[in-house]
Unconditional design. Sequence first.
Length: 292
Amino acid sequence: MIRASFSYNSAAIRQELDAIGQRVLPRALAEQLNATAFLVSRKVVDELRRSVSNPKPFTLRPMKVTKARWQDGDRMFASVDMQDKQADYLWFPITGATRHPGDPGTARTDIMTFAAQPTSFGGAFNKPRFRAISKKHRKEVTGRAALRVQRVAHRGQGRLPDALRWVKSSRNAPGLFFGTVNGTKGYWQRPDRYSRAERNGLINAARSQAGHIPSFRFHASQVTAGSRGGSNLSWTKPGSRLKLLLAFQPTVRAPVTVHYDTALHAGYLQQMTEANFVRVLQDKKAWFMNRP
């Protein structure tokens, strides 16, 4: 739990008070302490609004104020406590601690650090999206494995049927894989591919151009024009590249983005002043003298 507490040395102040002031001192102290606690709480929320992108209502309700009771006399205090659940999450951006798998906001084995489609609040851990991608990946892995077994069984039986090719089975949709590319581990989407019809259309269009030079097949007895017409066109569409969908890291050192201590001190220094206390004490004395 993250807490800030405030108190006064009321014995030292009593020496400067008249008889009425001494009677209302506990009430004045309690009011001043409570005003400080609530201002500190608001300053913390203001800091969260500043430092957290699109904060959830959960994030903006982190503080609980325990009010000072004037009846407690010299033992009175006010405190500002960060509620346990919010403190579990905010501990990392407040302290810069290292996140490990299993910490609040992480998965069991890895920490999701990037999502191509983040949550509505800008976070990486988009649970429905993660489930959809991982399910699609498992389905593809299973489907590729099943076709691989069938292709092995078909060896020696002539031309491979198109139905046993993954590109045909998947209807040419870009596939998924989980792996590490250039040091980034995650779910990746493969580049977009031409369909057979699209690719053949481009090849035929190129063959029809004036000055096209066909390829040739060389046989022992003759030379014939090749059916492919010299094309080495890639199946991958130009400009299409691997797309990172979700990225993971084993640990993450959280940067300090929430300046919690600064907010506490700002609220304390703004409210806990001699001028403010004198004003509160005067108000309490006026209340005491004018009460019914």
